[in-house]
Design a protein around this ligand. Structure first.
Ligand code: ASP
Length: 342
């Protein structure tokens, strides 16, 4: 029986697509034309599978914003021909790509599921096979002809997570990703249990993609011992227009005058600074401690429970799209793709 459901698999690179080279013993990307030999069980899917491979495949540490744009463009070009999309991607920067894609794909009404693996597909114990097969099944899932998960997600080791809520937190375990501030969208065991109340609803509008990002955005992580020279360099000599400030705990930072004065000066000169926490779980509450109140007075915007990955890509997207800093500041605290709790 042929199911007319069609899924486009986009292979960007990463561990999942590696096999051991017989001669040298090193890991090399395998030829996706041979995918059915690698995973014969794929033939048992009744869906029509299409393939698009990055050439050359990229370790995800080598992914650039142009590659994000490339992904969005491939999805746009194939949007009408496929019911869902599975992106095979290295796990290291997968949370950044997933966050970026969520902002790039406005009015997304089809599943875009990123997955990868900790062990190459060519390894006997690889987690890649299960991740890959389940990601296809999720991308194909429909109810009343409507996709069950019409959003950008990461599927890894039994959990489906909203892409822009996800962080890679484990470099060793198969269970490498977490969504600390938003519930899982599905849990996979014998069956796939969708958490429908937490999945975005389709709006049935036409897909619109945004492929430009402002690169003059950066991240500054607070640490005890930080010097005025270092902060000055980041704020005034780096050419940045917007900054994600990773603060302590619930949004606190140094209350030294030199620090708050530098921050206030940068904000007055037009820099947009977003406060996110170095903690994985919880939210920024700038009004709770004196050390947080100072930041609010200096003009920093609370990024609430945004992950660093989502805050960075959202700022890159918003500051490119809107010239008006007030609009950007407003939208930072607004949920545009389910990335922030409001
Ligand atoms: N370094 C690899 C990458 O991110 C690791 C992985 O695929 O998980 O591309």
């Amino acid at each position: 029986m042929i199911d007319q459901t069609s899924i486009l698999i986009i292979y960007t690179g990463g561990t999942i697509g590696m096999i051991k080279d017989e001669k040298s013993g090193t890991l090399i990307p395998f030829n996706f034309n041979g995918i059915y030999e690698q995973i014969p069980v794929l033939r048992r899917f009744h869906y029509q599978l299409g393939f698009h491979c990055f050439d050359p495949p990229l370790d995800s540490s080598d992914i650039h914003v142009e590659d994000w744009a490339g992904l969005a463009t491939i999805i746009e070009k194939n949007y009408e021909s496929f019911d869902g999309f599975v992106i095979l991607h290295g796990s290291d920067t997968m949370a950044y790509t997933a966050s970026a894609l969520s902002f790039m794909l406005e009015n997304l009404n089809k599943p875009v599921i990123l997955t990868g693996s900790q062990l190459p597909l060519g390894e006997l114990r690889s987690d890649g096979r299960e991740n890959f097969i389940t990601a296809i099944e999720i991308a194909a899932a429909k109810e009343d002809e409507t996709p069950v998960v019409p959003e950008v997600c990461i599927y890894f080791e039994n959990y489906l997570l909203r892409g822009n809520r996800t962080v890679k937190y484990n470099a060793e375990n198969f269970n490498a990703f977490a969504s600390p501030n938003y519930p899982e969208l599905a849990e996979v065991g014998i069956s796939i249990k969708y958490n429908k109340a937490n999945i975005l609803k389709p709006n049935f509008k036409k897909l619109k993609i945004h492929t430009h990002f402002n690169r003059r955005v950066g991240i500054l992580k607070m640490f005890p011992g930080i010097t005025p020279e270092f902060v000055e360099c980041v704020l005034f000599k780096s050419g940045l227009e917007a900054l994600v400030l990773e603060t302590f705990g619930g949004g606190n930072a140094l209350s030294d005058h030199w620090f708050l004065d530098l921050i206030a000066k940068a904000v007055t000169m037009g820099m947009i600074i977003i406060n996110v926490s170095q903690c994985m779980t919880g939210t920024v509450e700038q009004g709770k401690y004196k050390t947080g109140i100072g930041l609010g007075k200096a003009g920093i915007i609370s990024g609430k429970d945004l992950t660093t990955e989502a805050a960075l890509t959202k700022l890159m997207y918003l500051t490119d799209k809107f010239n008006n800093p007030l609009v950007v500041k407003n939208m930072i605290q607004t949920s545009i793709r389910g990335e922030i709790t409001v």
